[in-house]
Design a protein around this ligand. Structure first.
Ligand code: ZN
Length: 253
């Protein structure tokens, strides 16, 4: 089974379309989403429609939660974006379509397990809101230990928008250090982040996702160019979305 892992789309339709187009040639059997379909970006409704049509399931991210329930611990521009995003769903005039979308969002789960994999948006300790940063592998041994205690073999997370692999040494490996491939070797626990489709924050503006090949026991990381300028222009044209939300896409931060 080859499973595409996507996360943190954030209403960026052009990036999401580029990722799905790339999958066409990757013999993908299933697609799963680790959350944050919504927030920040200009096309939240289209992204929900595409994810609900193409993904087997999606997790509840903090921004999905913010739009569906209430934005907690958001800065001013993220909160304003969450309220604007909610209004886009409320503006739907076809009651059947509106109902289908709210149902989909209402069914997002906080954690899903399959085979050796536990999947959460943030961390196994605080699945919706806690960030596991690359620096934590060096600076936060207690946090790393407590998080790895909750991982039996492997865990898939999103939320930081930084792709790579944490091992229980503890250590962190960006995809480039792994030659783009992490091999599941059974000797170590690992927490794997596919990076962000719609708002990468590792100073590389290209869209990020990963493919898990269960038979080969490998995770392949992919980066894809997409029309960043088109998305920036859309964001700049929407008064409720801060210009910075567009500008940051160009720098991957
Ligand atoms: Zn996110």
């Amino acid at each position: 089974m080859r499973i595409a892992i996507i996360s943190d789309i954030h209403g960026n339709l052009e990036a999401l379309q580029a990722v799905f187009a790339h999958m066409e040639n990757e013999r993908v059997d299933r697609v799963i989403c680790l959350g944050d379909i919504l927030g920040y970006g200009p096309d939240p409704v289209a992204c929900v429609d595409l994810v609900s049509a193409r993904c087997e399931w999606s997790l509840m991210g903090n921004h999905d939660f913010g739009v569906l329930y209430e934005p907690t611990n958001f800065n001013a521009s993220a909160e304003q974006a969450a309220f604007w995003t909610r209004a886009q769903f409320e503006a739907e005039t076809d009651p059947e379509r509106a109902r289908r979308r709210w149902d989909f969002l209402g069914r997002l789960r906080v954690r899903v397990s399959f085979g050796e994999f536990l999947c959460v948006h943030g961390t196994p300790r605080r699945p919706i809101n806690e960030y596991l940063f690359p620096d934590d592998a060096l600076n936060s041994p207690v946090k790393m230990q407590q998080i790895f205690e909750r991982v039996e073999h492997y865990c898939l997370v999103g939320h930081t928008h930084v792709p790579g692999v944490f091992t229980n040494e503890p250590d962190f490996y960006p995809p480039d250090d792994l030659g783009g491939v992490y091999r599941l070797n059974g000797n170590e626990k690992a927490i794997i982040n596919p990076g962000s489709v719609g708002q990468p924050r590792d100073l590389d503006p290209r869209s990020s996702y990963a493919i898990l090949d269960e038979d080969a026991r490998e995770v392949h990381f992919h980066r894809l160019t997409y029309d960043v300028d088109a998305v920036v222009a859309k964001i700049h044209a929407i008064a409720e979305l801060s210009d910075w939300l567009g500008d940051r896409l160009r720098d991957g931060r």
